[in-house]
Write a protein that binds this ligand. Structure first.
Ligand code: 5GP
Ligand code: MN
Length: 364
């Protein structure tokens, strides 16, 4: 972040956070903001600090079936806001409210309340990693009635549904924007908060493998790791452990995988999971196995949730914009990683997906 003279701009803690300084200095001269690559105007950050400064109680929400970026960004921000003296609650709008097992190691979960305990008309709501009100599930209604809504997100498809947008599709993760907000608030970046932000950063960059992994991403990772967090333990929690039943469900899913032209796909009916008591959220990593197929450009995994709806994860290697295809099917996401929900059968869902894929192929 530089002003017109090329000098790093000063941190402006605004009305809140005065007297609190980061536990670790940012990378530049003291008092400068760390680089993020974000293009969000300073006026928008100032307005966010103003809204936060005026609010006594702040309700935080992230998308349903939260991933590391959604929950990590929300808990990190929530912990800082609480340290600044705000009353903070955090939630996500799943009908069955439970933190996915692989994210239970994230610190700050005492901030969480079930969606029913979120005020119907919050004074200030802040949403994380949600591109549409639909993605907030049950909390979409609270967001619609909130007096002010700050939307923090990095999805190109974000509809700008808040009263203030802190949206930047150029950054790798919502966690990048959460860190920027934390610095501007003058909050402390301790190990627990850094763990939450790091979970977001590694989740959304695929462990620093995706093209979104810029120098600023590595610089942010360095700041976070410098707090003393345990990268090995975080990696194991996120990717390298699962209940035994996962292997059985995985085996069945791989057994029914299909390769059709440039599309590789499979599905997991809920009966497969029920046999092992495996929650739906344990299947997040399945798409990463399926998408490795050399012969395929696009990968899809259909996962039946506990209510009989199919949650579809899609991935592209770059030539096809699965974000647009999923948006046409009522979902959304990014160019190379997107999803949607289907209430039809596997056959009908795939027929609709294939038709749009054929169109996209024709245009490519
Ligand atoms: P995943 O396949 O890992 O669940 O999601 C990949 C990307 O697509 C994420 O950025 C996620 O937020 C987005 N995404 C997944 N499902 C949906 C959906 O139903 N609606 C929207 N708008 N985005 C989705
Ligand atoms: Mn994200």
């Amino acid at each position: 972040m530089r002003d017109r003279t090329g000098r790093p701009s000063r941190v402006d803690p605004g009305a809140v956070g005065q007297g609190l300084s980061p536990a670790l200095p940012p990378t530049g001269p003291e008092g400068t903001l760390p680089p993020s690559g974000s293009v969000i105007p300073e006026a928008a950050w100032r307005r966010a600090l103003d809204l936060i400064g005026k609010a006594d109680e702040i309700a935080l929400a992230c998308h349903v079936s939260p991933d590391g970026d959604a929950l990590g960004s929300m808990l990190a921000t929530g912990s800082v806001l609480r340290a600044l003296g705000k009353r903070v609650i955090a939630s996500f709008g799943d009908r069955h409210f439970a933190v996915p097992r692989l994210l239970r190691f994230l610190p700050g979960q005492d901030l969480l309340v079930p969606p029913a305990d979120v005020p119907a008309e919050p004074e200030l709501m802040i949403t994380f990693d949600s591109s549409t009100p639909d993605r907030l599930g049950l909390l979409g209604a609270n967001t619609a009635k909130a007096h002010e809504v700050i939307v923090i997100d990095h999805h190109l498809s974000n509809t700008g549904f808040g009263t203030l947008s802190l949206i930047d599709p150029h950054v790798a993760a919502t966690a990048v924007l959460a860190e920027q907000l934390i610095y501007r608030l003058g909050g402390s970046l301790d190990r627990d908060i850094a763990t939450c932000l790091y979970a977001g950063l590694v989740t959304d960059t695929g462990s620093f493998r995706y093209s979104s992994t810029t120098p600023e991403v590595h610089q942010m990772a360095a700041r976070l790791v410098a707090t003393g967090l345990h990268t090995d333990e975080i990696a194991r929690e996120l990717w390298d452990r699962s209940p035994f039943g996962y292997l059985k469900v995985l085996a069945a899913a791989l057994d029914r995988v299909s390769l059709e032209d440039h599309l590789v796909w499979t599905y997991v009916p809920r009966v497969d999971r029920a046999a092992y008591g495996l929650p739906y959220t344990e299947l997040e990593g399945l798409i990463d196995i399926v998408r490795r197929t050399d012969e395929a450009e696009v990968a899809a995994v259909l996962k039946e949730d506990d209510h009989g709806a199919w949650q579809v994860s899609t991935r592209s290697k770059g030539a096809v914009d699965v974000g647009s295809i999923c948006a046409e099917l009522g979902g959304g996401g990014h160019h190379n990683a997107a999803g949607f929900t289907s209430h039809g059968s596997v056959e009908d869902t795939m027929a609709a997906f294939r038709a749009l894929l054929a169109n996209a192929d024709g245009e490519a």
